[in-house]
Design a protein around this ligand. Structure first.
Ligand SMILES: [Zn+2]
Length: 62
């Protein structure tokens, strides 16, 4: 099933979604600050997730 990342608009595969199995409240808050309409259940692609992690100074997942 195709999924369009609400943050960057890119089409990705469902299993690429990282936020569901890897809940990081700090990242979620950072995304919500920039996208107030976004909700955790909307998900993001890995690229966006890592982008916001980096902005928070968090290390990349291995
Ligand atoms: Zn994205």
């Amino acid at each position: 099933m195709d999924f369009v990342c609400p943050l960057c608009g890119k089409k990705i595969e469902r299993d690429v979604l990282s936020i569901k199995n890897h809940t990081d409240e700090h990242v979620i808050e950072a995304i919500k600050k920039k996208y107030p309409k976004w909700a955790k259940k909307d998900g993001t692609c890995n690229k966006c997730y890592d982008f916001y992690r980096k902005q928070l100074g968090l290390k990349n997942r291995a």
